[in-house]
Design a protein around this ligand. Structure first.
Ligand SMILES: Cc1cc2nc3c(=O)[nH]c(=O)nc-3n(C[C@H](O)[C@H](O)[C@H](O)COP(=O)(O)OP(=O)(O)OC[C@H]3O[C@@H](n4cnc5c(N)ncnc54)[C@H](O)[C@@H]3O)c2cc1C
Length: 207
């Protein structure tokens, strides 16, 4: 949806607003920010993860939900996500000019894409006119695209059950990769190898 250049002729990266900073939203933000898209997350910290303790997240033996969230927040912050903790989104609209506007209690923000990740709360998707399934969840394809152009939905809001952190994280990643592929005009693979560690993480890489 984004232009390649600004009026000044400078290259401009596409921008993404993520509404909701649970596992789905932060996973999406991680992938978009890591790959150079301007990424903003709005979150009110009502994630179910604060009630959870994970024994079913592959690759992690046991972790408290809040501890998981603290690590995830640090991870997206490290990649430059503008994480606006405590700022509630009150409305989302799609503009004629192929951009989205997100209103919060504080301000209004424009972006090329919006990824909804508001957990079991589907109000914003409903107000936007996104199609719902017969089971009354947001209808998305495997890339998490809704029926509204430029609007993605992820995590608990797209499933009547099967509410698991691992699934939400996968949904967020799928949405982000679809956006990046869309911007690049070809399928994008976010593949790193051990030799990338120093470049990607610099001093944060454990010895
Ligand atoms: C008691 C309990 C135990 C659980 N145990 C496990 C477990 O053992 N293993 C497991 O995998 N899963 C478990 N879960 C489920 C897991 O927590 C969810 O699957 C996961 O949190 C869903 O992620 P999400 O990103 O879709 O939504 P959430 O984690 O709910 O995140 C949504 C975020 O969006 C924010 N938000 C909503 N509306 C707005 C708005 N308008 N503006 C800004 N921000 C907004 C919310 O504040 C919230 O932080 C458990 C859940 C509960 C309740």
């Amino acid at each position: 949806m984004s232009d390649e250049t600004t009026a000044d002729g400078d290259e401009r990266n596409a921008s993404v607003i993520v509404v909701g900073g649970g596992p789905a939203g932060l996973s999406a933000a991680l992938f978009t920010a890591k790959n150079g898209l301007e990424t903003t997350v709005f979150d009110t910290d009502k994630t179910w993860m604060h009630k959870a303790h994970l024994f079913n997240y592959l690759g992690i033996g046991s972790v408290g939900g809040s501890e998981f969230m603290a690590t995830a927040r640090q991870q997206v912050d490290d990649f430059g996500v503008d994480r606006r903790q405590g700022e509630r989104v009150t409305a989302v609209s799609v503009d004629d000019g192929d951009s989205v506007t997100v209103e919060t209690e504080a301000d209004a923000y424009a972006a090329d894409y919006v990824i909804l990740a508001t957990g079991a709360n589907r109000d914003l998707a409903d107000e936007l006119g996104c199609a719902f399934t017969d089971e009354d969840v947001v209808d998305v394809d495997v890339d998490m695209e809704t029926s509204v152009d430029g609007v993605y939905a992820t995590g608990a809001m797209v499933r009547p059950e099967e509410w698991q952190a691992a699934i939400a994280v996968g949904d967020g990643a799928a949405a982000a990769l679809n956006i990046i592929s869309n911007e690049q005009g070809e399928y994008f693979h976010d593949f790193d190898v051990p030799a990338d560690a120093e470049r990607v993480f610099g001093e944060l890489v454990a010895e």
